[in-house]
Design a protein around this ligand. Structure first.
Ligand SMILES: Cc1ncc(COP(=O)(O)O)c(C=O)c1O
Length: 294
């Protein structure tokens, strides 16, 4: 009774980029429905997977408002989209129709509220990306993203790594490094110097977002370059070597702060790091870049 008087927005941001989002959508939408709030899902990370139909549960089934950036797994230009419900929401006690009222509010908030003139070049690129997202090739690509991500999760677990949520249902895995005596910031930097891009990320229990204990590794970019499951096992070999290098550097400089660690790996790198970088470059060069036809 009390809750039905409230009107607020429940913002699902971290759900969309955690490795097991779907059960969480269900939980949130049930409680939001009961208290009359608006459910907003930010599907920025997974919008490509949603467009490709490869997530077991789509946020469109549950959310009243959905936001997404267009430059992540959707593979479009830097930009964003907002979706909202329209039409009949329900009926009141007297049987009168209640309509969704999001359209004008959201449109007005975007323009004139927040946005200036249109960027026609971005809109054109977005139209092309959305057309591509409806194609069978894009669906096949997203299916491969899911397979590659699962292969990466399996390979990491068989090397003894703990994954947050115990696995993945989407395009990324989140490695929990708390039992490895090294943090995500140090590993991120070492891997970056070996030409492997990934992100440090907080894991449950972390106290610092700048020096968290998680490492987030995603499959979409390298799947675009044609990698399949067996290639992602090789990616895990490289990542594992990078983690070991970070562990070794940290061990030999136990008093070093993160800044000193970064100085060391940049200015006085161990030979193993240069060797890893060379191998990564030679190996990655076998896979074509998008738009490269030679
Ligand atoms: C779920 C989610 N929404 C929105 C954003 C914003 O994206 P950007 O900073 O690329 O504009 C991010 C960035 O990582 C995100 O993870």
């Amino acid at each position: 009774m009390f809750y039905s008087k409230l009107r607020f927005i429940v913002y699902l941001r971290h759900i969309a980029d955690t490795p097991l989002p779907h059960t969480l959508y269900l939980l949130f939408s049930c409680s939001v429905y009961q208290c009359g709030a608006i459910l907003l899902a930010d599907m920025a990370h997974i919008s490509g997977l949603v467009a490709g139909g490869v997530v077991p549960v789509s946020p469109f089934k549950y959310a009243d408002v959905i936001t997404t950036t267009t430059h992540k797994s959707l593979r479009g230009p830097r930009g964003a989209l907002i979706f909202f419900r329209r039409g009949l929401k329900g009926t009141d006690k007297k049987g009168n129709n209640i309509m969704y009222d999001y359209e004008d509010k959201i449109n007005q908030a975007v323009f004139p509220g927040l946005q200036g003139g249109p960027h026609n070049h971005t809109i054109t690129a977005l139209a092309i990306a959305l057309k591509a997202a409806g194609s069978p090739e894009f669906k096949a690509y997203q299916e491969q993203v899911i397979k590659n991500s699962a292969a990466m999760a399996d390979a990491l677990q068989s090397k003894g790594y703990t994954l947050v949520s115990g696995g993945t249902e989407n395009h990324l895995v989140l490695i929990d490094l708390r039992d490895k005596d090294v943090d995500g910031a140090r590993v991120e930097r070492v891997l970056e110097l070996a030409d492997i891009n990934c992100n440090k990320n907080t894991v449950p229990g972390d106290k610092s977002a700048l020096q968290p204990h998680g490492l987030r590794v995603g499959a979409p970019a390298m799947t675009t370059r044609g990698l399949v499951e067996s290639d992602f096992k090789q990616v895990v070999e490289f990542v594992d070597r990078g983690i070991k290098i970070a562990q070794d550097v940290k061990k030999s400089n136990p008093t070093h702060k993160l800044k000193d660690f970064k100085d060391t790996v940049l200015n006085n790198p161990p030979p193993a790091l240069a060797a890893l970088k060379k191998e990564v470059q030679d190996w990655a060069a076998k896979f074509p870049m998008p738009g490269q036809f030679w």
